[in-house]
Design a protein around this ligand. Structure first.
Ligand code: NAI
Length: 341
């Protein structure tokens, strides 16, 4: 049986990396069928709103989506489609595994971090006001419910995956109420339900320094929205950049899988973007399908794709962001050539 998946190709490099990813998945005989919908600039071009109702409804109907990046104008224009989608569908947990890959040389070894980011509130509440000319505010929102929910998600994940420690980065010394609540909820969940997992709190500035000194000491990171956004890219830089970090946005009903990177307008249309981050996100999606729909064919397809891209990297088959010379499609070909059925 093929699982119907909503495909949002997105903007900029989105359609290029989505096409390459779908080609690999098809060659791997992943049991998926695509239902294409648009969001972002590509929706606007089709005279649709940036986040069309039919796109949201399709995700509600089918439960799972694979999404390319959507462009958000800086300092003006429409609000972020990505943030809107996560809020509307209540995809409260962003999960981003950051690992060293064999064949991708970086300054660090043994990096194996899973970022769990609160995806619905914090400074991304989008509540901004002009109080008077020259004075603007942005509201940071933290609720007991959302902070507890994300803490529970992170600890449950750590426990199920045999992870040893959850670290929270915070700034509760300054933002005593909002970050204070985030910490209190994390402590409570830890003490009440997961005392067997180590728990650690670091003020984010010192945490970032330790992250670039010794990233291998970190395990699961639990972060509020803005910190999670920034630290995700920082962590991507530790293992080879945005081309190699996948992600999932998970709620109680739906899940949307997307790379951490954006639409990369600087390289869009050139056919040189690395499709690996979206392909890795698709592997996460297949594993999610295997878990939630108990379909072993999804797990097998995930394994085939993962083994193939690992072999390709080990054979030095890489795109330019990883100091290789392959195009997006050539990398997809290199992965396909290493699929073993
Ligand atoms: P970006 O992640 O698009 O690009 C940052 C740098 O990394 C660029 O030099 C880019 O060429 C490179 N890069 C990113 N992905 C790559 C890939 N797959 N292969 C090779 N190189 C890659 O971040 P930027 O430039 O800050 O944002 C561009 C647009 O993307 C903005 O409109 C932003 O709002 C949007 N964005 C969307 C996201 C999403 O849809 N989830 C996430 C992040 C940004």
């Amino acid at each position: 049986m093929n699982h119907p998946i909503v495909l949002i190709a997105g903007d900029g490099i989105g359609p290029e990396v989505a096409a390459a990813t779908c080609r690999v998945l098809a060659a791997a005989q992943a049991p998926l069928s695509w239902i294409e919908h648009s969001a972002g600039l590509s929706a606007l071009k089709n005279n649709l709103p940036v986040l069309p109702d039919q796109t949201l409804q399709a995700i509600r109907d089918h439960g799972v989506a694979l999404k390319g990046p959507c462009t958000t104008p800086v300092g003006e224009g429409f609000t972020s489609v990505n943030v809107g989608l996560r809020k509307k569908l209540n995809l409260y947990a962003a999960v981003r595994p950051v690992r060293n890959l064999k064949g991708v040389d970086t300054r660090f070894q043994a990096v194996d971090i899973v970022i769990v980011r609160e995806n619905t509130e914090g400074l991304y509440s989008g509540i901004e006001n002009e109080i008077t000319a020259g004075v603007v505010t942005s509201m940071k929102v933290a609720t007991d419910i959302a902070c507890t929910r994300i803490a529970r998600w992170a600890f449950r994940y750590a426990s199920q995956r045999q992870r040893r420690r959850v670290t929270v980065f915070h700034k509760a010394n300054i933002m005593k109420l909002t970050d204070g609540l985030f910490l209190r909820c994390a402590r409570q969940v830890h003490q009440r339900d997961f005392p067997q997992i180590e728990y650690e709190e670091l003020i984010i500035d010192a945490g970032c320094m330790r992250m670039v000194q010794d990233p291998a000491r970190f395990d699961v990171l639990l972060l509020e929205n803005l910190y999670g956004d920034v630290v995700s890219d920082l962590c991507a830089g530790l293992v080879g950049g945005l081309g190699v970090v996948p992600g999932a946005n998970i709620g109680d009903r739906e899940a949307v899988f997307e790379a951490v990177h954006g639409s990369a307008p600087d390289i869009a249309g050139k056919g040189i973007a690395n499709p690996l981050a979206l392909l890795m996100s698709a592997v996460m999606m297949l594993n999610h399908l295997a878990d939630t729909r108990t379909d072993p064919a999804c797990r097998a397809a995930a394994e085939r794709v993962k083994n193939a891209y690992n072999l390709a990297l080990a054979d030095n088959q890489k795109t330019r962001d990883l100091a290789g010379s392959l195009s997006t499609e050539q990398f997809a070909d290199a992965v396909i050539a290493r699929l073993h059925h």
